[in-house]
Design a protein around this ligand. Structure first.
Ligand code: SAM
Length: 223
């Protein structure tokens, strides 16, 4: 049994389980596993999911917060899910953040981000783009997460990771890094699980074209 064979079997297992349980993506199991381990959701919580299409995380969030409000945003449309509000939007646009705030009515208890860039196959570029998206997710938290709120955000591992983690540490009392079992073994992705938001003044984010730059100081070049 090679490592690759075992990894494929694991993915096949989650694929079949997602089909059986009517989840839209295998990614649902990552969130289930993280919630079971890190206790993210509470009944009645309001949740914002950044990069939510096709909706696997939205389904799990809705199941776990019950009467709470769940809002998903993505560049791509999301097929309707009972009791979930969805927005088509780019999280790097200020207008999307304003729309989220308006739909929420109050600040969120939990912010999720499973956002991923289009994978180009060049490792350091994909990593830098992922960190860049994560910086925008953190900026969304500065704008729409309530004090003591929680956040779960995906980042691809690499040399900019530590600087990104420090941005979380500035804002949250507890910061953990985790790779759930449902994550592909070959994947470089990890999740930052952050609790106890201290509040943070939103920083100005630059969003010109697709080559967007943030005010976060990251070591290395963002392409
Ligand atoms: C891995 S998928 C999310 C899967 C989702 N968690 C689920 O369970 O179905 C990543 C998503 O991030 C979205 N995304 C990437 N950049 C984005 C941006 N700037 N604004 C909003 N969504 C973005 C992509 O369109 C893609 O659908």
């Amino acid at each position: 049994m090679t490592k690759r064979w075992l990894a494929e079997r694991k993915q096949e297992k989650y694929y079949r389980l997602a089909k059986k349980l009517d989840y839209r993506s295998r990614a649902s199991f990552k969130l289930i596993q993280m919630d079971d381990r890190f206790d993210i959701f509470r009944e009645g919580d309001s949740v914002v999911d950044l990069g939510a299409s096709p909706g696997g995380w939205l389904q799990v969030a809705k199941e776990r917060v019950g009467s709470g409000k769940v809002i998903g945003v993505d560049l791509r449309p999301i097929r309707p899910i009972d009791g979930v509000v969805t927005i088509i939007g780019d999280i790097t646009d200020k207008g999307t953040i304003n729309e989220l705030l308006e739909k929420l009515g109050r600040k969120a208890d939990v912010i999720l981000s499973d956002m991923a860039p289009n994978i180009g196959g060049h490792y350091s570029t994909d990593h830098a783009r992922s960190v860049h998206l994560c910086a925008f997710a953190v900026n969304a938290a500065d704008n729409i997460l309530k004090k003591e709120g929680k956040m779960v955000a995906k980042v691809f591992m690499g040399d900019l990771f530590q600087t990104m983690k420090e941005e979380f540490e500035k804002r949250f009392r507890i910061v953990k890094v985790h790779a759930p079992d449902a994550t592909r073994s070959a994947s470089s992705e990890v999740y930052v699980i952050a609790k106890g938001f201290k509040g943070h003044e939103p920083e100005e984010m630059h969003t010109e074209n697709t080559e967007k730059k943030t005010k976060f100081t990251v070591k290395g070049e963002i392409r």
